[in-house]
Write a protein that binds this ligand. Structure first.
Ligand code: CAA
Length: 378
């Protein structure tokens, strides 16, 4: 099966490819120094990339999910930071409102999210509720026309930068995950405290923060769905969110693979390019095979999503395999580069550092295996 894209999808891919080369590549050093790419996000908003799948009636580009995946793929080949910012903003920052919000909420928030005026974040994880997301402790207590939110969140991608936060809190702790409710929380709400900005192994330039909510008053009008709908809203959006992270991982793997091919053809040792050695050639063969397999899983999950078919299992499979591929291919790329691969003079050490988290966030590889095995055995 050859992957075939429509004219429109290819135009999107080429546009993002050019944008990544001309606008993002020159910005990488600044991101590596820790700068959040606000300017890039603004330009992506102008190009319609912050709302690729958002219907035109809400100010988006009205394109399909495959176009979104093509965009994340191209961005992540150049910068996994920009890839994850867009993935989180779209899949778990914007889509919960688009799919579970009422008309008033959609009209208020979606056009600003779709144009990049607002950035989105997803606040589920807590210090003692990571993989066991249903055990979260943040509380929302209803008082008249508002809820009072108290609690802490950790590892929030885009956190502190995002204007709109989808926050999950317990409204009935006796109900466990069925007592979780989702809220739209604006950054400037009194009691919204941005805490530690994590110093990470990779993805420098992406913001990952702790958030604390102290007696934060959230209007009832900002509740997404009904009380108790929160866990299902989180899971439903993670289903497709995981395709975004799988795509980010694919982009990193492709970048590392392409760098390894180019270097192995250029680097002369013992009088010939190192690619001519079977030891290197076999490495490249394995890397290329894994990249192709990851690509098929990613684009199949996206295609199912576009056809409106169930894709939870395929999304988890794509994330599980693409993230493993990103880590393995990046490690092998460093090996092909030898000593140079271990320096900051070449990008492969960055690919290596950026790859690892794709096996952790939006559900660890172990969680993906739980999800996949449940689908297979149920
Ligand atoms: N889609 C829709 N509904 C789902 C679902 C899914 N994927 N998974 C579970 N549900 C529903 C179930 O059907 C069930 O509802 P019913 O009782 O009505 O049938 C309900 O949710 C509870 O299901 P489980 O009993 O299976 O839930 P659980 O507590 O055992 O947890 C889990 C399941 C899959 C382990 C889940 O907790 C999970 O996904 N954990 C990982 C959390 C995660 O991915 N966090 C990522 C944070 S975001 C992030 O990382 C962003 C970033 O920075 C990049």
């Amino acid at each position: 099966m050859e992957l075939k894209f429509t004219e429109e999808q290819l135009m999107m891919r080429n546009m993002v490819r050019d944008f990544a080369k001309t606008e993002i590549e020159p910005f990488i050093d600044r991101m590596e120094q820790g700068e959040f790419p606000r300017e890039i996000i603004r330009k992506m908003g102008e190009l319609g990339l912050m709302g690729i799948t958002v219907p035109e009636e809400y100010g988006g580009s009205g394109m399909d999910f495959t176009s979104y995946v093509l965009a994340i793929n191209e961005l992540s080949k150049v910068s996994a930071v920009v890839g994850v910012i867009l993935s989180v903003h779209t899949s778990v920052g914007t889509n919960p409102i688009l799919y579970f919000g009422n008309e008033e909420q959609k009209n208020k928030y979606i056009p600003k999210l779709a144009t990049g005026e607002y950035l989105g974040a997803f606040c589920l994880t807590e210090p003692s509720a990571g993989s066991d997301a249903g055990a979260l402790k943040t509380k929302a207590v209803k008082k008249d026309d508002h809820y009072v939110l108290n609690g802490s969140k950790v590892f929030i991608t885009n956190g502190g930068e995002a204007d709109v936060n989808i926050v999950f809190a317990s409204t009935d702790s006796s109900q466990g995950s069925k007592g979780i409710t989702a809220f739209i929380v604006e950054k400037d709400t009194p009691g919204f405290i941005v805490g530690k900005d994590e110093e990470k192994m990779g993805l420098h330039g992406s913001r990952t923060v702790q958030l604390t909510f102290e007696d934060m008053k959230i209007p009832v009008a900002n509740r997404l769905g009904e009380e108790g709908d929160g866990f299902k809203i989180a899971m439903a959006n993670l289903n497709t969110g995981r395709i975004g992270i799988a795509t980010q991982a694919l982009g990193i793997a492709e970048a590392a693979f392409e760098a390894a091919i180019a270097y192995s053809k250029e680097r002369i040792q013992f009088g010939k390019p190192i690619a001519a050695n079977q030891g290197v050639g076999f490495k490249l063969a394995d890397m290329g095979t894994a990249v192709e397999a990851a690509k098929l899983l990613v684009y199949r999950a996206a295609s199912l999503r576009d056809q409106g078919l169930p894709c939870g299992k395929e999304a988890s499979m794509a994330k599980l395999f693409a993230s493993k591929t990103a880590v393995e291919v990046a490690i092998e790329a460093v090996q092909v580069f030898g000593g140079y691969g271990y320096t900051e003079d070449y990008p492969v050490e960055r690919y290596f550092r950026d790859a690892k988290v794709t096996e952790i966030y939006e559900g660890t590889s172990e969680i993906q295996r739980i999800v996949i095995s449940k689908h297979i055995t149920n």
